[in-house]
Design a binder for this molecule. Structure first.
Ligand SMILES: *[C@@H]1O[C@H](CO)[C@@H](O)[C@H](O)[C@H]1NC(C)=O
Ligand SMILES: *[C@@H]1O[C@H](CO)[C@@H](O)[C@H](O)[C@H]1NC(C)=O
Ligand SMILES: *[C@@H]1O[C@H](CO)[C@@H](O)[C@H](O)[C@H]1NC(C)=O
Ligand SMILES: *[C@@H]1O[C@H](CO)[C@@H](O)[C@H](O)[C@H]1NC(C)=O
Ligand SMILES: *[C@@H]1O[C@H](CO)[C@@H](O)[C@H](O)[C@H]1NC(C)=O
Ligand SMILES: *[C@@H]1O[C@H](CO)[C@@H](O)[C@H](O)[C@H]1NC(C)=O
Ligand SMILES: *[C@@H]1O[C@H](CO)[C@@H](O)[C@H](O)[C@H]1NC(C)=O
Ligand SMILES: *[C@@H]1O[C@H](CO)[C@@H](O)[C@H](O)[C@H]1NC(C)=O
Ligand SMILES: *[C@@H]1O[C@H](CO)[C@@H](O)[C@H](O)[C@H]1NC(C)=O
Length: 603
């Protein structure tokens, strides 16, 4: 009852704060093809459910479907499902006309490339220079405009992609609150829910993008990651994704969280789709100086040429970083998960992969929380990585606001710091954790403790910052690099292709796919492997070394081709108004104390 109350209060608060943009009043009104609730309707007689970019392109080449048809079918799908899931923030009012003109161009001049006419969604922190609002899910930036469109969005448009809409996100990409924080909630759109089990989390912060793809509101969507925000939603929506080395793709025009950790990335149904998008999105940009570090690291023939079948698992060298990610990690110790993950490792072995059980990872005890997420409880304070995220967040908003303009008469005109943003939130009651009333962290409406902590750093890139940052970056890099070097007893070193780690942050388990790659600024990919005990998908993440994205595409595509996991969302609990938060797994407890250290602990 209490939870119901909070959920309704959340919805009412969201509805009062702003008109819910899309699908609020729409119930499943299209004829279902099966007994599954919300079955995907045919598109002009053609089944596009779970279609990949190549499949959609084939229908267009064969002239069975046009881009305009696709846009119109996906918009219908959004209207059919969004009232329940709230994964979409806004539909592009120009999507149909953009598609129509690309259809015309196709018939006159042929296609620009594999993305020609393909509808795509972006998380609502990508600025798009059109009728959309880019708001990061909050109210404080709503109504402002940036100097240029996000470079990666312009690149996809130039390659023929059709921007279909903006997807919901955990407000401010999870940068607004950490303690009083509802995963997947944003003031503007409300609570995004997981179509596999609506009382379960979508996993932030790119959860709107991942849910949208899982439920076929589009075939592909872009998200962003600073610390887990692509890997976690990919796992919980059964999708493929890759978080690159920051700098592989431009971040210009995307509301920033951290200069050294942010990166955009695709959420998709196949590794090939991920690679096709990386090919278009990668490259240097004068507006993002980190992209120049990527020069010389792009694969010559593009990422898509690195997509392989399961045959290339033969002789592939994969490491299991046993301690702690296969031993104490909460994700693998939740009921049923060890059997699932170790079974998958046996399949890889049977398919010809060489599996190395790594028992030594440099620094792992000092940098990695044994349960998965964040740092160990006894990390010296000066090495706390939150220092780096807090400081960089204050810097990031300061820089963003220099080019974010509100109309002259708007009271926010001239707003230039995160402190002013937080004060605006306070003044507009858009800042409270007070509605949430639970010791359970998912159960509260976002406060702004992350903002407050960031403001307290003054954005000072001084000794305190660099000490923590350099320590985190060095120790995490040594852990991943060292993990890739498997040393035999006689001293021979075998260089591994990648490291594999369970990726499930369900039920009090905590994924190990966020923190170490984020601290290191190294890439990580994820593919789905099965479902956890709550009937929600979970994944396996693949750690790589700096700029090893092409290798990660090769490994992820081969592994994915072997597992070929797929399951339609079952919409468990879609009739309940119960808020989406996870129950803990038997045997695990998340106390506030343990969450301060970013992990749930064994009881
Ligand atoms: C942008 O926000 C304004 C004001 O909230 C709204 O009127 C408009 O419809 C929004 N744009 C889109 C594309 O939804
Ligand atoms: C690169 O850009 C960032 C963000 O704009 C800025 O903070 C940094 O000083 C720049 N670095 C160099 C070397 O120009
Ligand atoms: C890996 O090594 C650890 C520690 O020696 C051992 O407990 C574990 O069973 C091994 N796992 C596999 C899959 O061989
Ligand atoms: C904020 O909430 C307080 C207490 O409920 C109320 O008095 C005040 O008018 C509200 N302010 C705004 C701007 O809505
Ligand atoms: C979280 O919310 C509770 C109750 O609403 C409040 O007492 C507490 O101070 C908040 N914590 C933070 C860190 O904002
Ligand atoms: C919070 O919840 C508890 C238990 O459900 C209830 O006793 C208490 O009155 C609530 N507090 C507020 C401020 O709503
Ligand atoms: C931030 O600035 C305030 C006011 O100048 C100062 O009191 C405080 O110590 C500064 N904090 C940090 C972490 O530098
Ligand atoms: C070390 O051991 C491996 C595996 O037994 C063997 O293949 C390799 O030849 C050995 N190297 C040396 C230098 O003895
Ligand atoms: C869905 O999640 C809830 C907890 O949030 C759990 O109790 C339930 O068993 C899960 N699965 C189904 C089929 O409802």
């Amino acid at each position: 009852m209490h939870q119901l109350h909070i959920f309704l209060t959340t919805l009412l608060a969201a509805a009062a704060a702003t008109a819910i943009p899309v699908g609020d009043d729409v119930v499943a009104r299209l004829e279902p093809r099966s007994k599954t609730p919300f079955a995907m309707p045919l598109c002009k007689g053609i089944d596009i459910e779970d279609a990949t970019i190549d499949e959609l392109q084939r229908w267009m080449i064969l002239k069975h479907l046009s881009s305009e048809d696709l846009v119109s079918c996906y918009i219908d799908r959004i209207k059919q499902t969004n009232g329940y899931l709230r994964s979409i923030s806004e539909i592009n009012p120009d999507a149909l006309s953009i598609a129509a003109s690309l259809d015309k161009e196709r018939s006159k001049k042929g296609i620009r490339g594999p993305l020609h006419g393909i509808p795509f969604l972006v998380k609502d922190n990508f600025y798009t220079d059109d009728k959309h609002n880019t708001s990061e899910g909050g109210l404080v930036l709503l109504g402002g405009r940036y100097s240029q469109e996000a470079t990666v969005v312009s690149k996809i448009r130039a390659a023929g992609g059709v921007l279909l809409g903006h997807a919901a996100l955990s407000e401010a990409a999870d940068h607004r609150a950490l303690a009083n924080f509802s995963d997947g909630y944003s003031t503007r759109v409300g609570q995004t829910r997981n179509p596999y089990n609506l009382t379960q989390l979508t996993s932030g912060s790119s959860g709107g993008s991942s849910v949208a793809v899982a439920i076929n509101q589009a075939a592909v969507a872009l998200g962003t990651e600073t610390h887990g925000s692509l890997m976690h939603p990919a796992a919980h929506s059964g999708l493929r994704s890759l978080k690159s080395t920051p700098g592989l793709m431009s971040r210009h025009g995307i509301v920033p969280g951290s200069f050294y950790h942010d990166t955009p990335g695709p959420l998709a149904r196949s590794v090939k789709d991920v690679a096709l998008l990386l090919d278009v999105m990668s490259g240097p940009d004068v507006y993002d100086n980190l992209t120049f570090e990527a020069l010389g690291h792009y694969p010559k023939d593009g990422f898509a040429s690195w997509v392989k079948s399961k045959d290339s698992l033969k002789g592939m060298k994969l490491g299991l970083p046993w301690n702690p990610w296969w031993s104490t990690n909460a994700a693998i110790n939740t009921p049923g998960q060890r059997e699932l993950y170790e079974g998958r490792v046996k399949e890889l072995k049977a398919a010809g992969a060489e599996i190395y059980n790594i028992t030594y990872i440099p620094n792992v005890k000092t940098i990695a929380n044994p349960y998965g997420f964040g740092q160990p409880a006894d990390t010296p304070e000066e090495y706390g990585q939150l220092i780096t995220y807090n400081t960089l967040l204050a810097v990031a908003y300061g820089e963003w606001l220099q080019n974010w303009k509100f109309p002259k008469r708007d009271e926010r005109h001239g707003m230039k710091s995160l402190a002013e943003m937080a004060a605006w939130n306070d003044a507009h009651n858009s800042s409270t954790g007070a509605l949430g009333n639970s010791t359970w962290w998912f159960n509260t409406i976002s406060g702004q403790d992350f903002y407050d902590n960031a403001i307290a750093t003054n954005g000072t890139l001084g000794d305190v910052f660099w000490k923590a940052f350099n320590w985190g970056r060095r120790t995490a890099r040594e852990a991943i690099d060292g993990g890739h070097a498997y040393v035999l007893k006689n001293g021979t070193v075998i260089e591994l292709d990648a490291l594999i780690v369970p990726n499930d942050n369900g039920g009090g388990g905590d994924s190990a796919c966020a923190s170490i790659p984020s601290y290191a600024g190294y890439p990580v990919a994820s593919v789905p492997v099965g479902q956890n005990g709550f009937d929600v998908p979970c994944g396996m993440c693949i750690y790589g070394r700096q700029w090893s994205e092409a290798t990660l595409i090769r490994v992820a595509s081969a592994v994915d081709d072997l597992f070929q996991w797929s399951a339609k969302p079952k919409w468990h609990n879609y009739k309940t108004a119960k808020g989406p938060w996870e129950e803990k797994w038997p045997g695990y407890a998340c106390s506030h104390e343990s969450l301060d250290r970013y992990a749930c602990e064994k009881e």
